[in-house]
Ligand binder design. Structure first.
Ligand SMILES: *Cc1c(COP(=O)(O)O)cnc(C)c1O
Length: 376
């Protein structure tokens, strides 16, 4: 096999990780982990040191999101995908409506659609790269669900409660790749949930959620109903444990340490307003570059629908993106592959909160160099 071309060192980013999850971990997060290696790691999650860390994360997230009165931060193990099953047991009373415009929204829709104790879901679909107009209120719907950022396509959706619904209906938002990098008014949702391996640059395997008083009522109502709910998926159990800064079963402590450090860093930098401004600026570099590069186009046609945290760029047939990805990877610039099931001639570049503008500029310079020197 021939050697892949070497990109001039002066063009390379300081950090070549641009994946949409897992995403780059900042050195300060690793230092926090090394520090925790002297005392916290390897100790009981039922004792004060770990519980204080969980408490600090819950408070830090409350500050970051400007949590409205009565809302709580809860957590549990398994990540966002597990949360979908929890939601099917502990949040949907009878029937959910989903906006499905990519892989993640569609997966959650399938979960509630197939749950034997629920009615088939009402699924409003749109092709990848676009999005449905919005939720469509109906009398028989008790949960409205959609992702704020569809990570598989780079399309965003507003977080605004549907108007004219049953006042008892819940709005639940998959914020896995949006939380920590996009603006949100939490009062427009009842459950705003995410995993920490995207903007929070930590490890996966755990979920966090900001839940409203109405959602807490629903969780309690369903836990008292005759519905069978597995303990590991029960949100009532998660609420009970979260209030004690614990989890039902044993969490991965390293991820909590790295998350704690990231939440501190985000709040110290200026919180949500800073993070949203930062990702808007870094993503603009990518979209502006795609608009002026003759062989490239932003995948998401409507600029208003383009994600500030996951930028998808299509290339015309003259560009062999598989080779481009290999050249970049051989030079330490990794994980800008398109979402695997989308099957497009595309790059997907995460501009999460931890990604500095200088690295995005360097990445674009590396791509330009590869397009000019390494693809023929
Ligand atoms: C990554 C992602 C998920 C899946 O998260 P896991 O922690 O792997 O379960 C779900 N939804 C969205 C929008 C995502 O970006």
């Amino acid at each position: 096999m021939s050697e892949l071309p070497v990109i001039p060192a002066s063009l390379l980013p300081a950090d070549g990780r641009f994946g949409a999850g897992p995403s780059r971990v900042r050195p300060e997060q690793v230092s926090a982990l090394v520090d925790a290696g002297h005392n916290l790691l390897g100790t009981s999650h039922r004792q004060a040191p770990v519980r204080n860390l969980v408490g600090e994360i819950r408070e830090g997230l409350s500050e970051f999101f400007g949590l409205p009165e009565g809302y709580e931060i809860i957590l549990g193990l398994g990540g966002a995908s597990t949360f979908w099953d929890s939601a099917a047991f502990s949040l949907v009373r009878r029937r959910a409506q989903h906006l499905s415009f990519g892989e993640f929204g569609s997966k959650f829709a399938q979960v509630t659609d197939r749950a034997p104790h629920l009615e088939p879901s009402d699924i409003l679909r749109a092709d990848p790269g676009s999005r449905p107009a919005g939720p469509a209120p109906r009398a028989d719907i008790d949960v409205y669900a959609w992702p704020q950022n569809e990570t598989s396509t780079g399309v965003i959706m507003d977080v605004t409660r549907p108007q004219g619904t049953d006042p008892d209906a819940l709005t639940i938002i998959d914020a896995t790749s949006a939380a920590g990098g996009m603006h949100v008014d939490i009062s427009e949702s009842d459950v705003y949930y995410f995993s920490p391996q995207k903007n929070f640059g930590s490890d996966g395997g755990v979920w966090f959620a900001a839940v409203s008083p109405a959602a807490l009522d629903r969780i309690s109502e369903l836990s008292r109903s005759d519905r069978w709910i597995p303990d590991v998926l029960s949100l009532a159990t998660a609420v009970e444990n979260s209030r004690k800064n614990q989890t039902y079963n044993t969490p991965a402590l390293a991820g909590l340490v790295m998350l704690g450090e990231q939440v501190r860093w985000l709040n110290a930098n200026g919180g949500m307003a800073w993070a949203a401004g930062h990702t808007a600026a870094t993503s603009s570099l990518v979209y502006d570059w795609a608009e002026r590069t003759p062989t490239a186009t932003p995948f998401v046609a409507d600029p208003q629908h383009r994600s500030p945290v996951v930028c998808t760029v299509d290339f015309d047939d003259s560009v062999d993106t598989a080779r481009l990805l290999s050249v970049l990877r051989a030079n330490g610039v990794v994980d800008v592959d398109p979402y695997r099931k989308l099957g497009r001639n595309q790059l997907r570049i995460a501009t999460f909160a931890s990604v500095p503008q200088s690295d995005v500029q360097a990445l674009l310079a590396c791509i330009d160099w590869a397009l000019a020197n390494a693809l023929s």
